[in-house]
Design a protein. Structure first.
Length: 395
């Protein structure tokens, strides 16, 4: 069951020390802290490649959180927060190198990321150094199911999203025969398999289950095979860079059934690429910034700071930085292990995305999913499940 704890409205590695404060002095080992100067928090995001726009949004949210913390007096008696930003390009090998660079910079915690495949590799590095890592967007179950002790999430996970998607398809859309399309990445395949499993438990079935080639320019042949299975709905679990073209070409082929995307398709790029074909497209996603009343101040501040709308994972990164700061305050220390212990002890932290508590494995308790639907070229609230399991409006 997915319980509603949110308050809805009706390839090379780049390393950058964000210019919030001067660099921290001292030569403490990675995972430790010199006890003076700035407190360094690492931020990882894809700043190159197809997901760079999402990465920029995540970094911007982290900067906004750090700016507010420093404006309010910093941490531990006035120490400023310094963000150290690295580009993982949504790639495991690049991400591993990025984490090694962060460890050499003596960061006390890491927050961010976008692609699960990269995070699976990155969290091995941070866990070995006892440095806590909070994922803001990466939902693959392996991230928290491997017994690592220093990994957390402010977002949900794919088995729960897959369950939500299957229920939406069968119960809300009345679609029992579903074509499931992924792209063979860790995230997309994991979500597709979770949806497939839950679909079967609900009496539905996948009449098609296969992967596209990411970055392809013509999905016509692939979609012709999908169409031949006569699905009642299509669920695509890949990324937004492919979703728009896939959607556009599906409609051009005369595929008229509902097309649903996973949370990585939640991006305005899909609407720009698909044009009028995007009308009615829906996603299964964590609540968007504009859907959450408690995030209204953040949405306004982000717009003022960057002259752009906050993206879907921005508030979850903002909360990741803020809950790290909260843990540092409660631990009365910037030692990484003590921060980790404080994160595990987090109780009812009121973030802009709702109340945050962590399961023993670091997953967020009671993570929420909703559908967002394209209407008049904008994503608007669709449906969600209430505490009784009934479908209700998410707006």
């Amino acid at each position: 069951m997915i319980y509603n704890r949110y308050r809805f409205l009706g390839a090379g590695v780049a390393l950058t020390s964000v210019a919030l404060v001067s660099a921290c002095g001292g030569n403490s080992a990675a995972g430790g802290d010199s006890g003076t100067g700035a407190i360094k928090i690492g931020v990882v995001a894809p700043l190159s490649g197809d997901s760079a726009s999402a990465g920029t949004d995540i970094v911007n949210a982290a900067k906004l959180a750090a700016k507010e913390i420093n404006k309010d007096g910093g941490l531990l008696g006035g120490r400023k927060v310094e963000l150290v930003v690295v580009d993982d390009a949504c790639d495991a090998q690049t991400g591993t190198a990025a984490m090694q660079k962060l460890m050499s910079q003596n960061v006390v915690a890491v927050a961010g990321g976008y692609c699960s495949g990269a995070a699976i590799a990155e969290t091995v590095i941070t866990d070995r150094r006892n440095v806590p890592f909070i994922a803001d967007a990466q939902t693959n179950v392996q991230i928290t199911d491997r017994g690592l002790k220093h990994v957390f999430r402010t977002i949900g996970r794919d088995d729960k999203q897959g369950e939500f998607a299957a229920k939406y398809l069968v119960e809300s859309l009345k679609a029992e025969n579903v074509a499931i399309i992924h792209d063979n990445t860790a995230y997309a395949k994991g979500l597709a398999e979770a949806a497939r499993s839950s679909l079967g438990k609900l009496g539905g079935k996948d009449v098609f289950f296969d992967a596209i080639t990411p970055g392809a320019k013509d999905f016509t042949s692939f979609l012709t095979k999908v169409k031949s299975t006569d699905p009642q709905a299509i669920y695509f679990t890949g990324y937004f860079a492919d979703a728009g073209l896939l959607l556009k070409q599906a409609r051009e082929l005369g595929i008229k059934v509902p097309i649903i995307g996973g949370d990585a398709t939640q991006d305005a790029t899909v609407i720009k690429t698909a044009g009028s074909a995007s009308e009615g497209f829906a996603t299964t996603t964590a609540p968007l910034p504009s859907f959450i009343s408690s995030a209204a101040g953040f949405v306004t501040a982000y717009k003022k700071e960057y002259n752009a709308d906050a993206g879907p994972f921005a508030p979850y990164e903002y909360d990741a930085i803020k809950v790290i700061a909260d843990a540092i305050g409660r631990a009365k220390s910037a030692d990484s292990q003590k921060i980790t212990d404080a994160l595990h002890a987090t109780k009812d932290y009121e973030g802009i995305t709702g109340t945050i508590n962590f399961e023993p494995n670091g997953d967020r308790k009671n993570a929420v999913y909703v559908t967002a639907v394209v209407k008049d070229s904008k994503f608007v609230p669709g449906k969600t499940l209430d505490a009784s399991g009934a479908w209700v409006d998410a707006g």
